[in-house]
Write a protein that binds this ligand. Sequence first.
Ligand code: SF4
Ligand code: SF4
Length: 213
Amino acid sequence: MAKNAKKSSGPKPERLSFPDDETRFDWLPMLLDAYYIADKGVHDGIKLRLNQGQKLACAKGCSTCCSTHITIPVYPLELSGIYWYTMEKTENDRRKALKEQLSNFTENDPCPFLIKGICGIHPMRPLACRHFNVFHKPCDENEDPYFTRRNDVLTPIKKYKEKALAAMLPFHKITQRSEKIKAMKTGLIHTYAKNLQEVEWVKLAERLYITAS
Ligand code: SF4
Ligand code: SF4
């Protein structure tokens, strides 16, 4: 998914930090923890493959995947993050572009957060986007390498992926260890996900405040 800067596995990921907002919103630390775990897993997964001599194809400005993927799961906690980030953390010009795309978005369009080949919500891009990395060569136009060359697609390291998903469970009032284990085993967490293409983004567009320039 649209990468803002990546050629190697890069420096070790750091947990994103928004101290004031994390005080305002009790769900935000949960989301940032989940993304931190996922980012560490992706970093380690890429490193393993680079050590095998493989070359990461994803790079800044490469974004075909954001146009071709039509089933991107997005979990409720992630939706909160996307709403918050888009409404409060984007600059006016970017918010204006996002408002327009979100207002006019229809299901088969490229992802409405893609602005000039760059992810407009990069720090808050969903887990699915964070996990999607491709090796050897960039995706061709309209290619989904998951189907054309599955071996070139990073398989997220299971323990990180599951830990990241489990970190989101308290958002659904699932806090006990036994409940969490059950929710992960039964796949309950996945039943909460929506398809990004099917979200009514116009509702977010309506909430975006644009200042006159
Ligand atoms: S190589 Fe494919 S998956 Fe990677 S950023 Fe480019 S289009 Fe997306
Ligand atoms: S949120 Fe959209 S633009 Fe951003 S990486 Fe994911 S698919 Fe691409």
